[in-house]
Ligand binder design. Structure first.
Ligand SMILES: [Zn+2]
Length: 135
């Protein structure tokens, strides 16, 4: 009354095994191959845990024309940036235009207007450059 028929699951497991090598007689392939199948690597082992910098901290951070609150990439302090305005090519061009139109007293205006210059943001703690706001 006991069923001793061959289980059909073995043949399906063997079909996935693409080695053309014939197993020697007396070797039970399905039984011996089963532990090897449990050793299926579940993807690359996550041995290296990447402790990258937080993504919101990077150089040339998105900063505005006014002092912004950022985390300094250098000293990791939560700071309000120190602003330094720097004349850009646009500033010089504007001054040149004013000079050409004989508005000489106005030539210095672009250099006095913060909106005509780049705003460089620096960390007040360690003086690290954080970002530039280009007007
Ligand atoms: Zn800093």
């Amino acid at each position: 009354m006991d069923k001793n028929g061959p289980p059909p699951t073995y043949s399906s497991a063997q079909s996935g095994w693409t080695q053309p090598q014939q197993p020697p007689p007396g070797w039970t392939p399905a039984q011996n191959y089963q532990p090897a199948q449990t050793y299926q690597p579940s993807g690359p082992a996550p041995a290296v845990i990447i402790t990258a910098q937080p993504t919101h901290v990077h150089y040339n951070a998105p900063v505005g024309p006014v002092s912004s609150r950022v985390i300094c990439p250098s000293c990791r302090a939560d700071v309000h940036t120190k602003l330094q305005h720097e004349p850009t090519t646009q500033t010089h061009l504007m001054a040149l235009c004013l000079f050409c139109f004989l508005c000489w007293p106005c030539v210095c205006l672009p250099y006095c207007m913060d909106s005509c210059q780049n705003a460089n943001h620096y960390c007040p703690n360690c003086n690290a450059f954080i970002g530039t706001y280009q007007s």
